[in-house]
Design a protein around this ligand. Sequence first.
Ligand code: FA5
Length: 333
Amino acid sequence: MDLKELEGKVQEVRAAWERAKAALEGPEALEEVRIRFLGRKGPLTRLFSALKELPPGARAEAGRLLNSLKQEILSELEEKGARLAQETEERKLAAESYDLTLPGRWRPVGRLHPLTQVRLEIEDIFMRMGFDVASGPEVETDYYNFEALNIPEDHPARDEWDSFYIDDTHLLRTHTSPVQIRVMKSRRPPVRIICPGRCFRRDNPDATHSPVFHQVELLWVERGLTMANLKWIIEEFVRKFFGPGYEMRFSADFFPFTEPSAQVHIRRPGGKWLEIMGAGMVDPAVLSEVGYDPEEVTGFAFGLGIERMAMLRWGIEDIRLFYQNDLRFLSQF
Ligand code: FA5
């Protein structure tokens, strides 16, 4: 072999390399082509070993030619490899990227039931006035629900609170007033508490009555309290809860455990009058029953309907809406 012939072979290898390069795709093909051209059995290795067949004067030139082709192939392989790696990376990123035009996923946010909102607000108003929050059982004895409240058996007032009895002496409490008795029996005056809670009556459901409903009981017992204090507290509370535009009506009523007794109606602007509570001065017989001296202390109490407060606040005309768990209704509050 002479230089001329070697030059021709180098040309051939370069041409074959150019074709292989153009068809290159993917990292495996790259490795295959590297072995094919530069491996031990590749054309370049063969040509390098053929150098010794050349006349000594041509070997340097021939070596230069072969080395430059080898460098060319090496650097192009490297470049191609880098490009392939970059393309792979870009494809991966493109597949991972966020599509900002997709609509978001709707995640409903929970909220407090309107009756819970009203209860918390009522508690807040009275706690700021210095009342404690007390509680009592929903299953009561006849004694606390009626007798200690001056409603003996056979008293006609029992008919007003048509009750769910559990056995001869236990019932679901018909009002939160039994908590008055429990609190007074466990503390000495002065006593200043409110008690929110669930009540149960065999009332026929209608727009303003539910067999399960909620009351807030208020009780204040101290030396020298009068009906004027009770009226002031109620007016102050109604003003704070409803704000301007609501009217209040205070009228006489009867409860065996208060004397005198009153009821309170509220009217929303443009709405109907709705009874919200019964109230009165704690009857001396009740004070004696719990061991207080009616000559020494007086007290007043009320029982307020939470559902009625919510109805007046938002202009809701049917109490049953609170118990139907319809999200179209509940999500408005
Ligand atoms: C009582 O329950 C007395 N314990 C209130 C009381 C307490 C008087 C302390 C004096 C001193 P009455 O039955 O009127 O009273 O109920 C009071 C309030 O509870 C009513 O004004 C009304 O707002 C609410 N209420 C009563 N029954 C229902 C019902 N079935 N559904 C919804 N709310 C009711």
